[in-house]
Design a protein around this ligand. Structure first.
Ligand SMILES: Cc1cc2nc3c(=O)[nH]c(=O)nc-3n(C[C@H](O)[C@H](O)[C@H](O)COP(=O)(O)O)c2cc1C
Ligand code: SF4
Length: 424
């Protein structure tokens, strides 16, 4: 094996966390958390991923509070799920694999029917694109007190996640969700110190990073996923991503994951390949939402044909400017690409679709020097997110999850009550 390919399969440290190789499962919201509870399917999914030889799996989209969920079937961090979450993490650990949790908040983008607030909260008043069909047409602007409370919520969620057994935390700062809404000039029209210049728009994510750091301590990995570009006029673009990364680096982030696009305005940049318009339209059950996708879909789901390593050029510009670990994501699916990423100075590689199509990728790639993923980047798996059995590759299924996701342990009535509450 050549030294760079060899490096992919060699151990590495992420702020003291020993990882067995350079492959990390990318956060892919699994859709296996009915009413916000971890299911046996979620456990099986991550065990299967762990068996394939990855060094760290990521539980996708762990909302930091109940109202941070995009819909009511997403995990949110609270005491009521401690036992099943710990059990899941223990089972992955038993395989010598680490677990990262992606800390998310939808901000003003939500169709969560269990929302406790009147409206979802973002940086500024505006349309809640995800909620329109569900009667949640607008989002409100956070007050300073709301911002303070949100920072505390991140802090408490981080404390909880560390205590439950997560080995690393991933701050979701991209894809148009809550933090990204503050960072973006397109969605942040605030006139106070949280709006205006990029420095001001970064204030909340940096305060959140500081709060999470305070919660978990210096010797615990915190990484951040950003969008290199939002792909919309007036939104964040490639040069902003460099400035954002430098700020995160200076603030002590341990690694930056360079994704792109926004689920809200231009998702296809993130998932280059087959256009998701038709699969999403076919999967949507809500009649009004279906109509909205039919009308807005062709503009929302633009064509971005698949290219291997489609974020490399822009991610490389960030590599040159930061000291922290660089974690590449986006169209890495062959040994040739993995080797190239190591040669270019990336430290880790996150894998999304190629692992869904073949959870044994790390083991296979080690055996076959000419390894190429069998994923055809059709993006049909993205449209399975809200199906009862959760995400799966529609072409190759090595996960054997034929049944709808069942909760891991029946929540007690106290746990049910605590569902309604944020972390104490
Ligand atoms: C089914 C599916 C669900 C996803 N859910 C999330 C998510 O919850 N959070 C996130 O940051 N990215 C999510 N992504 C994006 C991936 O993390 C990754 O950025 C993207 O798939 C590109 O990487 P790839 O070419 O290796 O698939 C999802 C991707 C897929 C295919
Ligand atoms: S459905 Fe399967 S083949 Fe298609 S993009 Fe998803 S993982 Fe790849």
């Amino acid at each position: 094996m050549n030294p760079y390919l060899d490096r992919c399969f060699s151990p590495a440290s992420l702020n003291g966390l020993q990882l067995s190789n350079r492959f990390i499962k990318a956060g892919t919201f699994e859709g296996m958390t009915p009413s916000g509870y971890p299911s046996t399917a979620l456990q099986n999914f991550h065990e299967r991923i762990a068996d394939g030889g990855i060094s760290m799996t990521t539980i996708g989209y762990c909302a930091v509070e109940a109202d941070g969920r995009l819909n009511e079937n997403m995990l949110y961090m609270h005491e009521g799920i401690r036992a099943p979450l710990t059990a899941l993490i223990d089972r992955v650990h038993a395989r010598g694999v680490k677990v990262s949790g992606q800390m998310g908040h939808g901000g003003g983008f939500s169709k969560n029917r269990e929302l406790t607030r009147k409206r979802p909260l973002g940086p500024s008043f505006g349309l809640n694109m995800l909620g329109i069909a569900y009667g949640m047409i607008f989002c409100d602007a956070m007050t300073k007190a709301d911002i303070k409370a949100l920072i505390q919520t991140y802090h408490d969620a981080a404390l909880y996640m560390k205590s439950v057994g997560f080995d690393a935390l991933e701050l979701h700062l991209g894809h148009g969700y809550g933090m990204c809404q503050f960072m973006s000039p397109k969605t942040n029209r605030r006139k106070d110190e949280y709006g205006g210049s990029l420095q001001n728009r970064m204030r909340l994510p940096l305060e959140v990073l500081a709060a999470v750091r305070k919660a978990v301590g210096d010797q615990f990995p915190i990484i951040a996923k950003i969008s290199l570009t939002e792909g919309v006029r007036g939104g964040l673009d490639y040069d902003d991503a460099i400035a954002i990364s430098v700020m995160l680096d200076k603030a002590g982030i341990d690694g930056i994951i360079t994704s792109g696009g926004t689920s809200t305005m231009n998702p296809m940049i993130m998932f280059r390949g087959g256009n998701m318009y038709k699969p999403m339209l076919a999967a949507e059950k809500h009649p009004l939402m279906k109509l909205m996708i039919a009308i807005a879909g062709p503009r929302l789901f633009r064509d971005y044909p698949y290219e291997e390593l489609y974020f490399l050029e822009q991610a490389r510009r960030i590599r040159e400017k930061v000291q922290c670990n660089m974690i590449y994501v986006g169209g890495a699916s062959t040994n040739e690409s993995f080797e190239k990423l190591m040669r270019e100075g990336f430290d880790f590689i996150q894998l999304g679709r190629s692992l869904l199509s073949d959870p044994d990728l790390p083991k296979q790639a080690r055996l076959d020097h000419n390894y190429k993923s069998r994923c055809v980047h059709c993006n049909e798996c993205v449209a399975t997110i809200e199906l009862p059995k959760g995400i799966h590759c529609t072409r190759f299924n090595d996960f054997s999850q034929e049944k709808p996701a069942q909760v891991l342990s029946t929540p007690t009535s106290n746990e049910q009550k605590s569902k309604k509450q944020n972390l104490a």
